[in-house]
Design a protein around this ligand. Structure first.
Ligand SMILES: O=C(O)C1=C[C@@H](OP(=O)(O)O)[C@@H](O)[C@H](O)C1
Ligand SMILES: C=C(OP(=O)(O)O)C(=O)O
Length: 409
């Protein structure tokens, strides 16, 4: 297995990090663009493999939509294939075929789509046979498994002859991603109402527009973490907006408690070190992709912390709770479940001279553990795993002055 070696370093001269574009925003505008027959002007689309897979599948339109390990690509294209009345086999990596999709399939079947499972019930692969007649204009979708099912239904809703009312049931996780979907749709001329637990979208046409995708706040988190763990330095993250559609911009407030001052200026955000303050207790229900970043930061910084809202982590690219526990243990830290669904970060007290991180086919495992280089020598297995969301990650490490060895970049 290929491994990347990161030399120990704790002082960082001021540098600029360009950042990738958001794959979440990109994959939404690509679906909307496909539904408006490509009359839009889209810019700054992500280099992320998840987005490039979406672009290639929409362009080549093969009979089998193999999304690899991209959750949004799987969920959004399943709804897209149904509303555009196409026969498609939806599949992906072995892990993708373990990630549930039954809630979306049930919602699509309720509105009239014909979908068959080709393997286990409730999981890809499936055969989508399209949607010829709308059977219902109302669906109930539970909100505690993945918001991507809701986003997928929302984006096709304006094209349904009778429109759609979605009733969200139970706890709603990743709510910021639902808001991102609706906000994006609004920018393409869609009107909707969201009252209580009901979202209503009348039948209407998407209006062609010009849309520039923002820089990725989830990717930005790794740089906040690096500086928080470093002894000194300053980083400028390019292209980030203060009022972002992305819920992971919550990293600013979290990192403010972990010793990072953020100043928005000149098309980006300046990160500077300040003292660590406040009680460390965070709920990741609406920003689950930040959990690994913050857990590793606390473990490295010696900060005890309480984490809740981690329920969805077990069904992402890997079981992220298990993966974190295994890798934190390598430097004597832990993410311990102290009561059901409440976790405590047990920070590291002794640091080995070298730590080798296994990445579990999960881009966020590779990137979240990078800041460990501020305390010890780190090797990271399967470095190309970052391509899912942030292909230029190791190049950007070099821009920050990190010595990256044994990798063709
Ligand atoms: O809609 C999106 O773009 C995403 C929603 C979240 O997933 P869940 O809704 O499954 O938590 C997030 O973890 C994922 O990286 C991207
Ligand atoms: C969970 C993620 O992505 P997805 O669900 O789209 O595969 C992620 O990028 O962390």
């Amino acid at each position: 297995m290929e491994v990347i070696h990161l030399a120990q370093k704790s002082d960082f001269a001021p540098s600029h990090i360009p950042l990738p574009s958001s794959k979440s925003e990109s994959n939404r505008v690509l679906i909307i663009d496909a539904l408006t027959e490509g009359k839009n002007t889209l810019s700054n689309l992500a280099e992320a493999r998840d987005t490039q897979t979406m672009i290639s599948l929409l362009k080549k339109n093969p009979p089998v939509f193999d999304v690899l390990d991209a959750g949004t690509t799987m969920r959004f294209l399943t709804a897209y294939a149904a509303i555009t009345n196409q026969n498609k086999v939806m599949t992906g990596t072995p892990r993708m075929c373990e990630r549930p999709i039954g809630i979306l399939v049930d919602a699509l079947r309720t509105v009239g789509a014909e979908i068959h499972y080709l393997g286990a019930e409730g999981y890809p692969p499936m055969a989508v046979h399209g949607l010829t007649e709308q059977k219902s204009h109302q669906v109930k979708i539970r909100g505690d498994v993945s918001s991507q099912y809701i986003s997928a239904m929302l984006m096709i809703a304006p094209l349904l002859p009778k429109g759609l009312e979605i009733e969200l049931q139970g706890k709603v996780g990743s709510r910021s991603y639902i808001e991102m979907t609706l906000d994006t749709m609004k920018q393409f001329g869609i009107s909707y109402s969201w009252e209580g637990n009901k979202i209503n979208i009348p039948k209407q046409a998407y209006q062609p527009t010009t849309f520039a995708v923002e820089s990725d706040w989830s990717g930005a988190g790794y740089w906040f973490s690096l500086l928080a763990c470093a002894d000194s330095g300053e980083l400028f993250l390019e292209g980030l907006k203060e009022n972002s559609l992305q819920g992971d911009s919550a990293v600013v407030a979290i990192m403010d408690q972990l010793g990072i001052k953020s100043t928005f200026q000149n098309g980006g955000v300046l990160l500077q070190k300040k003292e660590v303050t406040g009680l460390k207790s965070w709920d990741f229900t609406h920003c689950p992709d930040l959990a690994q970043t913050i857990a590793v930061t606390c473990a490295i910084l010696g900060q005890d912390a309480k984490f809740t809202g981690l329920e969805s982590l077990k069904i992402k690219e890997t079981d992220r709770i298990y993966a974190l526990q295994q890798e934190l243990a390598k430097f004597n830290a832990d993410l311990k479940e102290i009561e059901p669904e409440v976790y405590q970060v047990i920070p590291s007290v002794t640091m080995p001279a070298e730590v080798k991180i296994h990445t579990y086919d999960d881009h966020r495992m590779a990137m979240a553990f990078m800041p460990l280089l501020t305390k010890t020598r780190v090797s990271i297995e399967d470095p190309a795993v970052v391509n899912k969301s942030y292909p230029s990650f190791w190049k950007h490490c070099q821009l920050a002055g990190i010595s990256v060895l044994n990798q063709d970049i």
